[in-house]
Design a protein around this ligand. Structure first.
Ligand SMILES: Cc1ncc(COP(=O)(O)O)c(C=O)c1O
Length: 378
């Protein structure tokens, strides 16, 4: 599939009149290419694709992913899932985040009336409370056991610890353990040449734990992995059944390193305006930490990649100011009023800060999509 180079802001018809900044601008052709390529990869690897919607939080984009063959959506928080079911029509959700506390259990039961929901769990405490609630409601909840394959975030350690947890959860009334899940996020910070080995090791260890549990009679149907940096590798391990990448839909500066991608594969840019030019070597943008987010990147210095001006560094952010340090050759550029485009370092966080996506198609802002689940962190 070929795709035209992304439309530069200056080429968007009517940009000067319609485009107020900061704004999130999405190139529809790149978005669709990213969605189609990951769907094709999942098919070729023989795994189902259940994209993590935390990157876009936008029902329209989830629907494009489902139309391309995704079996359902992955969400972190139940608030995201509520939006994807109500506004996006999702019917099959994985909550890849522990569900803890009575208010969430009530909302989970309500959500289960409207969609198939699977919950990932890594503790007997959370499982016990869910078991009691499901038994009281006469419901059965499908559960993936969350497994730590090296990220050292949540999850029972792969092998004995995860197997013991799965066995205990499988005995609880109202719960049905149907899968194992890992987020091999340790790949994100690894040296690019190490990612494949790390991903394959994570996948193999997870599959091995699943085999052990099956030998004991547990019906582990799903072995689920998920990470954009590792997406080309972990799903190829025989026995992995499902992949849950999220960031791939837009890509960001992180991908310049691990995926050897360029800005032409980044579907989303933060459009910003030069609002001050207080010194020869300094320009100020109207996009600060409240538009770009504070994440740094291993791939590029500063707080984002300025398209076409890679050597100009967004050196500092305050809430509403982005301070760009200009090398000698950029000093004639960046006039007050100029529009620039920034690929964010961490696109998922930047999206959560904005209300809407401006969808550029055929050189014009064709549609505005509400980021309906932004801020749904509960
Ligand atoms: C549980 C889980 N699954 C899948 C993903 C998707 O990973 P990525 O953002 O690298 O695509 C994440 C990302 O945070 C995650 O936490």
């Amino acid at each position: 599939m070929t795709v035209a180079a992304p439309v530069a802001l200056g080429e968007i018809v009517g940009a000067d009149e319609v485009l107020d900044t900061p704004a999130l601008v999405v190139d529809r052709a790149i978005l669709e290419r990213n969605i189609a390529e990951m769907a094709a990869f999942a098919r070729s690897a023989g795994v189902t694709l259940r994209p993590h919607i935390k990157t876009h939080k936008t029902p329209e984009i989830m629907r494009l992913q489902l139309a391309a063959g995704a079996v359902g959506a992955t969400c972190a928080k139940i608030g995201e899932a509520e939006v994807m079911v109500a506004a996006g029509g999702a019917t099959d959700i994985l909550l890849a985040y522990p569900t803890v506390g009575e208010p969430k259990i009530r909302r989970l039961l309500a959500l289960m009336e409207r969609a198939r929901v699977t919950v990932a769990l890594d503790s007997r405490e959370a499982a016990g409370a869910l078991s009691r609630a499901m038994a009281a409601a006469g419901r059965t909840l499908e559960v993936y056991v969350e497994v730590n394959t090296g990220q050292d975030r949540a999850g029972a350690r792969v092998g004995d610890e995860a197997a013991a947890l799965a066995r205990d959860l499988a005995r609880l009334p109202g719960l049905r353990v149907t899968g194992l899940m890992t987020h091999e996020g340790q790949a994100n910070a690894a040296a690019p040449d190490d990612i494949e080995g790390i991903a394959l090791a994570a996948g193999r260890a997870l599959v091995e734990t699943a085999h052990r549990l099956r030998a004991e009679g547990l019906a582990i149907a799903h072995v689920s992995v998920g990470s954009t940096p590792a997406a080309a590798y972990t799903p190829t391990v025989p026995g992995v059944t499902e992949m849950r990448p999220g960031t791939y839909v837009f890509n960001d500066v992180a991908g310049f390193r691990y995926g050897k991608l360029g800005p032409d594969r980044c579907a989303l840019r933060v459009a910003a305006t030069v609002v001050s030019r207080p010194a020869a070597d300094r320009a100020v943008l109207d996009a600060g930490a409240k538009a770009l987010a504070l994440d740094k990147s291993l791939a590029h210095p500063g707080h984002g990649w300025i398209v076409g001006h890679e050597r100009a560094e967004i050196a500092r952010l305050s809430e509403e100011h982005g301070v760009v340090v200009l090398p000698e050759e950029e000093r004639d550029a960046f006039r007050v009023g100029d529009r620039i485009e920034i690929v964010p370092n961490h696109v998922c966080v930047a999206v959560n800060l904005a209300d809407e996506l401006l969808i550029v198609d055929g050189g014009r802002v064709a549609e505005t999509w509400a980021i309906a689940a932004r801020g749904r962190v509960r």
